[in-house]
Design a protein around this ligand. Structure first.
Ligand SMILES: *Cc1c(COP(=O)(O)O)cnc(C)c1O
Length: 436
């Protein structure tokens, strides 16, 4: 499969160039040019196949010559020491549990793959620096994914505020390959400094700089795989249609599902589940996108003012407008219903779900009721976060205390960066240079 910019149809690039280039020069985002058609593989894949098997079977179609058949299983192995799990609740619902990674977030899948892919694509071409703006658990996920990779250094650029969850033994001064740098400024300052560094040709070529931004296609493609994985596990039990309900913030996870459909996965609908910041609801009904002020909710990963994948959604709908009208169902869920849904799922199925998953579950119930899906459309709800990260909320919703998890407690530990700098390019480049 080749990739093009959302702003132009003329030029296409390989997977390797899209991953290492991260962003096209014309200000768009990379999207698949002609979608791979892998319907036959999807339909005939054995139900017992593991996530690594699926990855290996689909890699030739998705990554073409950039990941040869011999290296695909090795990349899968080096990326994923965790797997998605499909949990069937009843005839109407399953949960696709994506919280098995090091930070308990679905984002671990994309980040883990990106790190393994960059290592493979850069093999034997000298040392490279991968820059990423980081906040919260995403920085921890990056540190896990890049730690110990050959000839790679990951520079995690943090905005002001506490830095939590990193393991100092993985830092460069302690013999590791991770370089956390804190900028006195905002997340936007971090992203600006990264772009400026990449455009500083002399520095960028001396240190072989690339970026692992959230909009890198290397993070999106592995996310398509767990939708297909869920289909393969669910298909035997399906008597009617299949839908997915996805809690949406920047809409990266959601667009990955639409790509899985384009690749040939049989599916009848996608629910775009939002909290009270449901500004994209109008967009899906065919109106132009207009940003609105944010309100803070109990599902904070969905509090996004301008989704970073907006131009990918627009590009998708220019090509497939019928999908938008017939297959995508937006729904907004408030805080109170989110809490009630955590309680409902606990009482009915004896399962804890995190607040983002609860938004998706409640949205699925709303859409199923309004479209009369009960009894003949099975909905897979994406469980994007681990419930044990929200002990107080779980207690409030279910009245039960949950056992505290050491992994998630460690995510709260404060760490010092190796440098604290003003938000300026020269300070940033000097901090990097001092590591070598
Ligand atoms: C990031 C995140 C989301 C939203 O995913 P997007 O790809 O940004 O739409 C949903 N749930 C959890 C737990 C998250 O961390």
């Amino acid at each position: 499969m080749r990739f093009r910019s959302t702003n132009s149809n003329d030029e296409t690039v390989s997977f390797k160039d899209a991953v290492l280039g991260c962003l096209p020069a014309d200000g768009g985002l990379y999207v698949p040019d002609k979608m791979a058609d892998i319907r036959q593989i999807i339909l005939h894949m054995d139900e017992g196949a593991g996530f690594h098997d699926l990855f290996t079977a689909l890699a030739p179609a998705l990554f073409a010559d950039d990941l040869c058949p011999q290296s695909a299983p090795l990349v899968a192995q080096s990326a994923f020491n965790f797997e998605p799990e499909l949990v069937r609740l009843d005839d109407d619902y399953s949960l696709l549990d994506l919280s098995g990674g090091p930070t308990g977030l679905f984002k671990d899948f994309g980040i883990a793959f990106l790190a393994a892919a960059v290592e493979e694509l850069r093999k034997d071409s000298g040392r490279h620096l991968v820059l990423a703006a980081a906040r919260g658990d995403v920085g921890v996920s990056m540190a896990h994914a890049f730690s110990g990779r050959r000839e790679l250094n990951a520079v995690l650029v943090y905005p002001s505020g506490p830095i939590r969850g990193l393991d100092p033994s993985a830092f460069v001064p302690n013999g590791g390959n991770i370089i956390p740098i804190q900028v006195r400024g905002t997340f936007d300052d971090c992203q600006r400094i990264i772009s400026e560094t990449i455009r500083d040709r002399e520095f960028a070529s001396r240190y072989n700089v690339t970026s692992a931004n959230t909009i890198n296609v290397g993070r999106l493609l592995p996310q398509t795989l767990y939708y297909i994985y869920a289909f393969i596990k669910a298909k035997k039990h399906l008597s009617g249609g299949l839908a997915f309900s996805v809690p949406c913030g920047s809409f990266g996870n959601f667009i990955a599902g639409l790509y899985a459909w384009k690749f040939g996965m049989p599916v009848n609908g996608f629910i775009a589940a939002m909290n009270s910041n449901n500004v994209m609801g109008d967009f899906f009904k065919g109106m132009p996108f207009v940003p609105r002020p944010l309100t803070a909710t109990n599902s904070p990963a969905l509090d996004v003012r301008i989704p970073s994948n907006l131009s990918r959604l627009e590009s998708f709908y220019r090509e497939s407008p019928a999908v938008m009208r017939n297959m995508v169902h937006p729904a907004g869920v408030g805080d109170e219903l989110t809490l009630m849904t955590i309680e409902y799922v606990w009482k009915k199925y004896n399962r804890h779900i995190d607040p983002h998953t609860a938004v998706a579950f409640a949205a699925a119930e709303q859409v199923a009721a309004s479209r009369h899906w009960k009894g003949h459309t099975h909905t897979v709800v994406l469980a994007t976060g681990h419930y044990a990260k929200y002990p107080e909320l779980m207690h409030e919703a279910t009245g039960k205390k949950i056992p505290s998890s050491e992994t998630f407690r460690n995510l709260q530990k404060k760490t010092d960066p190796i440098a604290l700098i003003p938000p300026q390019l020269d300070a940033f480049e000097n901090a990097i240079a001092s590591c070598f």
